[in-house]
Each structure stands twice: as C-alpha cells, then as structure tokens.
Design a protein around this ligand. Sequence first.
Ligand SMILES: *[C@@H]1O[C@H](CO)[C@@H](O)[C@H](O)[C@H]1NC(C)=O
Ligand SMILES: *[C@@H]1O[C@H](CO)[C@@H](O)[C@H](O)[C@H]1NC(C)=O
Ligand SMILES: *[C@@H]1O[C@H](CO)[C@@H](O)[C@H](O)[C@H]1NC(C)=O
Ligand SMILES: *[C@@H]1O[C@H](CO)[C@@H](O)[C@H](O)[C@H]1NC(C)=O
Ligand SMILES: *[C@@H]1O[C@H](CO)[C@@H](O)[C@H](O)[C@H]1NC(C)=O
Ligand SMILES: *[C@@H]1O[C@H](CO)[C@@H](O)[C@H](O)[C@H]1NC(C)=O
Ligand SMILES: *[C@@H]1O[C@H](CO)[C@@H](O)[C@H](O)[C@H]1NC(C)=O
Ligand SMILES: *[C@@H]1O[C@H](CO)[C@@H](O)[C@H](O)[C@H]1NC(C)=O
Length: 599
Amino acid sequence: MYSGFVLLAALHFLRGCHSLSDGTLAGERAVQSGATPLLEIFQVEAPLRKTYDGAACKKVVIQHEFAASYGTPYVGSYSPPANCKFTTTIFNLSITSYGINYDRLGLIYFGDVELWRLTTAMPVRTGIFSNYQKDVTIFDPILRSEQKVIMTMDNIYDSTFTGAWNVTLTALYYDDHKTLTPANKILPISSQSSAQNRISVFSLPDGNATSQITLPRNTERAVVSILASGNGAEEFWFRNVESEYLNTFNNSVLYGYSPFREVQLLIDGNLAGVSWPFPIVFTGGISPGLWVPIVGIDAFDIPSFEIDISPWLGLLCDGKAHTFELKVVGYDSKNTFGSINSNWWVSASVFVWTDPQGKQTKGSSIQSSVPRPDFKLTPKITSSAGTNTSMYLKLTASRKLSHTARITTSSGTRSLTWAQDLSYTNVEDYTNLGYNKTLTQITRGSARYTSSGGLLPLPITNSYYWPIHFTSDNLVPINPQVKNQTLIASIDRSSVETTIPILPYLTKSVSQIFPSILTTRQAGDSVYFWNNTYYQFAGAIDPAKGTVGTTEQWYSFLDSDTAYGRYVKAVDGYEPVLIVDKEFGEAISVPNTDVSSAE
Ligand SMILES: *[C@@H]1O[C@H](CO)[C@@H](O)[C@H](O)[C@H]1NC(C)=O
Ligand SMILES: *[C@@H]1O[C@H](CO)[C@@H](O)[C@H](O)[C@H]1NC(C)=O
Ligand SMILES: *[C@@H]1O[C@H](CO)[C@@H](O)[C@H](O)[C@H]1NC(C)=O
Ligand SMILES: *[C@@H]1O[C@H](CO)[C@@H](O)[C@H](O)[C@H]1NC(C)=O
Ligand SMILES: *[C@@H]1O[C@H](CO)[C@@H](O)[C@H](O)[C@H]1NC(C)=O
Ligand SMILES: *[C@@H]1O[C@H](CO)[C@@H](O)[C@H](O)[C@H]1NC(C)=O
Ligand SMILES: *[C@@H]1O[C@H](CO)[C@@H](O)[C@H](O)[C@H]1NC(C)=O
Ligand SMILES: *[C@@H]1O[C@H](CO)[C@@H](O)[C@H](O)[C@H]1NC(C)=O
C-alpha cells in the first residue's frame, strides 16, 4: 500500500529558524545562537480539520519560559475573545528548547479544571521544537468565561540541565456554523487549589483524591472524564514487578507493587468504573534513543478516560453533596489490590447536562454487578550455584462490571446501563542475571453505555486493544557512576481502538454516531551509548557518537469526516533524521505488533 515512499531530505523537517531573543539566559544557549536549525519533534496524529486557516479569531493564552521552574507554575488569566462568534476551539501548543534535559510533564488548568496533560520531548543540544493541536470544544462553558490559567512544567535548569522550555499556547476559534450543546456544568474532582495559584492535581498514594460534588437536581446526563499518569517509580508502572520479587537480582533497580494498575472512580464509596491505563511511553522511556524525532503514542496529549455515571443520577440528584474519589491500585498477591509507589497524578471533571424542563431527576436503585477481578500470577526463577540467573513473571487479569438503573426526567423513564469488560496479560522475562529484559503486555477492554431514551439515546461502545512488546539489554549494570554504558533496546507496540468519543458527541448535538477507528503501530530499535560524558543524573539524556536506531510508525484513522493515513520512519540517535514521511487521504493497513511471547 505504501509503495513509492517519498524520501525526504533532512531539510524538510529541520525547518524553522531559530533566533535567540536576548542575553538573559545561560551561556550554553548563546553558543547555539544562529547555528543549526531546530529539529521538529512530532507526534503522529490525524489533523483535527482540513485546514487550520480561517479561524474566526485567535488568542495567545500562555507565553512563558519554564527554566528553573520546579514548584513555580505559570499563572495568568484568560478572557474569552471579544466580538468573536465561534463554535470549535482548538489549542495550539508550541514548545521550543535548546540544551539537554529530561522530558518534562506539563499540566494546564483553567481554574480547578485540568484541560491538558502532556509531556515534552527530550531536547537536543542544537534545539528542538514541537507543535501540537488539541480540540478543547468540550470545555466550551469554561472557554466563554474569565479564567485563571495555571500551567506547571517542573524543570531543573542549571549547568548540567541546560534545556529550558519556551511554551506558547494559542487558542484558535472557528465558527463552524453548528449548534453546540455543551455541558451545562463542568465540576472538577480535583484539589481545588487555584486560589493558591497551584494546579489542582491530586498526588497518590500520599494524598486522598476526594471531592464533594453536588449535582444540579435536574441533571439528565453526567460523564466523568479522568486524567491519570504515573511519575517517578510509577512512570513505567507496566515494568514494575510484584513486590516479593524485588530482590531477585542485586544489579538492577526494580520497582514494586506489580505491573498492573487500575484507576478507579468511586461514588460514595462504590466503584462506578475503572480504567486499565494505556502504557504511555514518555520520550525518555525504554531508551531515549527511540523517540527523536517521533515521540511515543499519546506522549503530547495524555488521553483521558470517560465513565458515564448517568445510572447514578437517582442517587446524585438529591441536591446533596456526594463523595467522588479517584484511586490507583496495584495487584497484591495476598489481598488482590494493593498500594502503588510514588506517585500518580490524578484529576477528573464531571460533565453535566441538565434537563431544562425537569425539576429533579429520579431513579430506581442501581443494579450493580462488581465482582472482584480474577488474577493469576505465574512466577519462575532460575538459579545456578545460589545466584538467580533469570526471572519470568506472568500476570493475567480480567474484570467485568456493570451498573443499571431506571431514570426518570421530564421526557420520561428509561433504563441506563454502564458496563465494562477488561482483560490484561503482562509477561516480564529477565535473563542474563537481570541485565537482559523482555516485556510483553496486552490490555483489552470495552466500555458500553446503553439507554432506552433521553439525551443522545444511542448505544456507545468503546473498545481498545493495546499490545506492547519491548526488550532492553544493558551490557553492564545501569549505574549513574559508571561511564561508557550501552543500552540495546527495541519496541513494538500498537493502539487499536474503535471508539465513540462521548464528550465531543454530546457537545456537538448530533443525531447520528460514527465510531472513530484508529490503528497505529510503532516499531523501533536503538543502540544507545554514553561515553565518558555519562555523569550522574544527566548521562541518560545525552547520547554519545555512535548512538543509532530506527523508529517507524504506521497510523490509520477513520471517522465521520476524516480518513487519514501516515507512515514515517526515522533514524534516531546522535544525528536524528526523518527519512520517510508519507501521508494518505485514506485509512491504511497497519501490520500487527508481535505479542506471541505473551501467549
Ligand atoms: C502553532 O503555533 C506555532 C508557533 O506559533 C506556529 O508555527 C504554527 O503554525 C501554529 N499551528 C497552527 C495550526 O496554527
Ligand atoms: C519564546 O518564544 C516566543 C514566540 O516564538 C518568542 O517571542 C520569545 O522571544 C521566546 N522567548 C525566549 C526566552 O526565547
Ligand atoms: C486519607 O483518607 C484516609 C481514610 O479516610 C485517612 O486515614 C488518611 O489519613 C487520609 N490521608 C490524607 C493524606 O489525608
Ligand atoms: C533469588 O530471588 C528470590 C526471589 O526474588 C529472592 O527471594 C532471593 O533472595 C534471591 N536470591 C539471591 C541469592 O539473590
Ligand atoms: C551480586 O551477586 C553476584 C553473584 O552472586 C556477586 O558476584 C556480586 O558480588 C554481587 N554484587 C553485589 C553488588 O552485591
Ligand atoms: C543479552 O543482551 C545482549 C545484547 O543484546 C546479547 O548480546 C546477549 O546475547 C544477551 N544475553 C542473553 C543471555 O540473552
Ligand atoms: C570511555 O570511552 C572514551 C572514548 O569514547 C575513552 O576515552 C574513555 O577512557 C572511556 N572511559 C572509561 C571509564 O572506560
Ligand atoms: C562523548 O559524547 C559527547 C556527546 O555526544 C560528545 O560530544 C563527545 O565528543 C564524546 N566523546 C568521546 C570521547 O567520544
């Protein structure tokens, strides 16, 4: 299907031109002045519209440089565009950086509501830039009022970590001549810290992610949108091991609490729904050599997960406050669920549509089926002369849950169901005294919402399949004190999803629903060297000469108004360059990720 790839000259993507504005920053940057053009780092994604031209108006929302920004977020204000008729709002986030640094996590809040969570690319000495667009129309009521804007991007900036981040967020407003039916209210499940000029994210397990929420009595539809991601010892939670196997090898740092995570939403202590998260690989993940210039799937826009809580409206519309809690749990071989390491950042928003004719939504009691999940752990440790030489850990899990209730609004009585069906397999295989590692994980799930009437009474089914397989071999133990290290790594993973993005559909007032069909696969390998510049805490972000790899990605997307395909291939490493970039105005066939080692 993609015969005749277009071979691009390096110049095609080394576009953009770099001019240093002033001398206020460290010498490291001045050295770059006027030198190599910036390298574009990108996430492969279907464009949000045929053209971004023709905006009814534009507004710069954030323009800020995050340098030594640990604990000091950007705080600013937003006001809706004056004299501008618009329906669709798109945020364009543009980031540049020069120097070396780790990838950094960014969170953007309007008041106490999180709009966007992202990671940056890892910069290279000669500079990078990225542009990414996100449709934020679902937040329409927030975008039409004055807001405090808070963005964090905790960054270290000193003589070792020389990369600062220049961030510009522009809002593009389009008048698409549609009638919007946005949520009447967006209620945050967050720490509600904006008054203290802080982002409202909750940190787990060290805090409690609880909010008291009072829904309007005439709520007709309510959907919770959850953002959750791991940091530190939880950044790559899917390669953690069950805690009882932490000390199998004395030469590798393993993290505990299993490679399984469940993000839970509880309403008054009852489990309303769960997410078994997508294994995000941030731009330093597995091997930093894999992710320049093509970043990992979803790295620039960490996906939310939606749980329709409309079956709970009979309970929630009593005019009283109810406790909404977010939890993240791991597998524990003794108690089924257990703790996690530090930390997960979580927050959520309840999108509420009201029934203008209704006084109070009533409902039957909820029929819930929430059995405990099934887990099975198969461990196998091999040892020789008293030394553990290999470790194989296979964990499988499955879970089903559902909630059904009859709800009465001004338009009548109907039966609503929210149901989820999930399965998971994770195989971690350590050989060669733990220096060599293979991981294969498969997450499958479906979430279903059905209603016999009411607002958008169409059945919603979202299903996804997320296989990931990677290897990482360290020739000597990873040790920040040791110079001249080599990491040999490969990755193959996919995201295959058939979804009906419920919040956009409810916001856009549609009468027909088309599922979005996404199939994308990334495959790559890399040999990453650190020479004697490998100094403590910074070595892993500065590849030495000889570091080389390739990463390719197939991407196919189809929905009611987009058909899009793209194939890209890059040579990563010391001198990264995009060698193939081919776009298609149609869905393309995407080869499968090989996860046979998990079967
Ligand atoms: C996003 O912003 C960058 C930097 O200002 C700009 O170069 C790019 O064209 C913008 N993209 C869109 C779609 O407006
Ligand atoms: C950051 O980017 C903006 C927009 O491109 C530019 O005007 C500004 O000078 C840059 N700031 C720094 C410190 O480089
Ligand atoms: C979280 O809630 C639990 C149970 O209510 C309580 O024991 C614990 O002290 C709380 N932790 C924090 C940090 O508030
Ligand atoms: C071998 O691995 C087991 C399981 O992790 C561990 O309990 C034991 O201490 C290890 N033995 C040695 C010699 O490290
Ligand atoms: C780790 O175990 C190996 C094999 O038992 C042993 O030779 C080595 O000295 C140990 N290393 C450390 C740091 O304990
Ligand atoms: C460990 O990985 C290295 C580098 O990929 C490879 O050469 C070696 O054969 C592997 N050893 C084992 C026992 O798999
Ligand atoms: C690391 O490699 C460099 C050459 O790239 C060499 O000059 C240096 O001696 C090596 N250092 C160690 C500790 O092996
Ligand atoms: C070590 O790597 C750095 C960064 O890539 C490079 O600038 C330097 O020349 C390398 N040194 C040697 C001895 O290879």
